[in-house]
Design a protein. Structure first.
Length: 107
Protein backbone atom coordinates (compact mmCIF):
# COMPACT_ATOMS: atom_id res chain seq x y z
CA UNK A 1 0.00 0.00 0.00
CA UNK A 2 2.84 2.34 0.86
CA UNK A 3 4.53 1.61 -2.42
CA UNK A 4 1.35 2.40 -4.32
CA UNK A 5 0.86 5.73 -2.54
CA UNK A 6 4.52 6.60 -3.20
CA UNK A 7 4.06 5.74 -6.86
CA UNK A 8 0.90 7.87 -7.00
CA UNK A 9 2.73 10.78 -5.37
CA UNK A 10 5.57 10.56 -7.89
CA UNK A 11 3.08 10.41 -10.75
CA UNK A 12 1.31 13.54 -9.53
CA UNK A 13 4.57 15.41 -9.09
CA UNK A 14 5.78 14.51 -12.55
CA UNK A 15 2.44 15.62 -14.04
CA UNK A 16 2.78 18.93 -12.21
CA UNK A 17 6.23 19.42 -13.72
CA UNK A 18 4.86 18.82 -17.21
CA UNK A 19 2.00 21.22 -16.58
CA UNK A 20 4.30 23.90 -15.24
CA UNK A 21 6.58 23.54 -18.27
CA UNK A 22 3.60 23.89 -20.61
CA UNK A 23 2.32 26.92 -18.74
CA UNK A 24 5.81 28.45 -18.83
CA UNK A 25 5.95 27.95 -22.61
CA UNK A 26 2.51 29.52 -22.94
CA UNK A 27 3.59 32.51 -20.85
CA UNK A 28 6.65 32.96 -23.05
CA UNK A 29 4.53 32.88 -26.21
CA UNK A 30 2.19 35.48 -24.71
CA UNK A 31 5.13 37.72 -23.89
CA UNK A 32 6.25 37.78 -27.52
CA UNK A 33 4.97 41.18 -28.57
CA UNK A 34 6.31 41.35 -32.11
CA UNK A 35 2.80 41.03 -33.54
CA UNK A 36 1.13 43.71 -31.39
CA UNK A 37 1.30 47.45 -30.92
CA UNK A 38 3.58 47.13 -27.89
CA UNK A 39 7.31 47.54 -28.13
CA UNK A 40 8.67 44.61 -30.15
CA UNK A 41 11.10 42.38 -28.33
CA UNK A 42 13.63 42.61 -31.17
CA UNK A 43 12.98 46.35 -31.51
CA UNK A 44 12.75 46.28 -35.30
CA UNK A 45 10.92 49.29 -36.77
CA UNK A 46 7.57 48.66 -38.43
CA UNK A 47 7.40 49.81 -42.04
CA UNK A 48 4.86 52.51 -42.89
CA UNK A 49 3.17 50.18 -45.37
CA UNK A 50 2.79 47.39 -42.80
CA UNK A 51 -0.78 46.16 -42.35
CA UNK A 52 -0.45 46.26 -38.55
CA UNK A 53 -0.65 50.06 -38.59
CA UNK A 54 -4.37 49.92 -39.37
CA UNK A 55 -4.85 48.33 -35.93
CA UNK A 56 -2.31 50.51 -34.09
CA UNK A 57 -3.39 53.92 -35.41
CA UNK A 58 -5.87 55.01 -32.73
CA UNK A 59 -6.75 58.24 -34.54
CA UNK A 60 -7.80 56.46 -37.72
CA UNK A 61 -9.77 53.99 -35.62
CA UNK A 62 -11.58 56.87 -33.89
CA UNK A 63 -12.56 58.35 -37.25
CA UNK A 64 -13.74 54.96 -38.47
CA UNK A 65 -15.76 54.53 -35.27
CA UNK A 66 -17.31 57.99 -35.76
CA UNK A 67 -18.33 57.18 -39.32
CA UNK A 68 -19.84 53.83 -38.29
CA UNK A 69 -21.64 55.51 -35.39
CA UNK A 70 -23.12 58.17 -37.68
CA UNK A 71 -24.21 55.44 -40.09
CA UNK A 72 -25.90 53.53 -37.25
CA UNK A 73 -27.65 56.67 -35.95
CA UNK A 74 -29.00 57.50 -39.41
CA UNK A 75 -30.25 53.92 -39.84
CA UNK A 76 -31.99 54.07 -36.44
CA UNK A 77 -33.57 57.44 -37.26
CA UNK A 78 -34.84 56.10 -40.59
CA UNK A 79 -36.24 53.03 -38.83
CA UNK A 80 -38.02 55.18 -36.23
CA UNK A 81 -39.44 57.43 -38.94
CA UNK A 82 -40.71 54.43 -40.92
CA UNK A 83 -42.26 52.92 -37.80
CA UNK A 84 -44.06 56.15 -36.93
CA UNK A 85 -45.30 56.49 -40.52
CA UNK A 86 -46.59 52.93 -40.63
CA UNK A 87 -48.40 53.16 -37.30
CA UNK A 88 -49.88 56.66 -37.81
CA UNK A 89 -53.16 55.56 -39.48
CA UNK A 90 -53.82 53.01 -36.73
CA UNK A 91 -53.01 55.57 -34.03
CA UNK A 92 -55.28 58.17 -35.65
CA UNK A 93 -58.10 55.61 -35.86
CA UNK A 94 -57.63 54.72 -32.20
CA UNK A 95 -57.72 58.37 -31.11
CA UNK A 96 -60.86 58.99 -33.20
CA UNK A 97 -62.63 55.97 -31.70
CA UNK A 98 -61.52 56.97 -28.21
CA UNK A 99 -62.88 60.50 -28.74
CA UNK A 100 -66.19 59.07 -30.01
CA UNK A 101 -66.36 56.78 -26.97
CA UNK A 102 -65.76 59.63 -24.51
CA UNK A 103 -68.28 61.80 -26.35
CA UNK A 104 -70.89 59.02 -26.03
CA UNK A 105 -70.26 58.81 -22.29
CA UNK A 106 -70.80 62.53 -21.88
CA UNK A 107 -74.37 62.42 -23.29
Amino acid sequence: MRLFSLYLLMLCLSAGTVLSKNSFAQDQSMMNTTETCAMPSENKPIADSDERWKYCDIHARQFAYREKHQELVSMLEARAKNYKASSKPARDRYEEELKRHYDSLGN
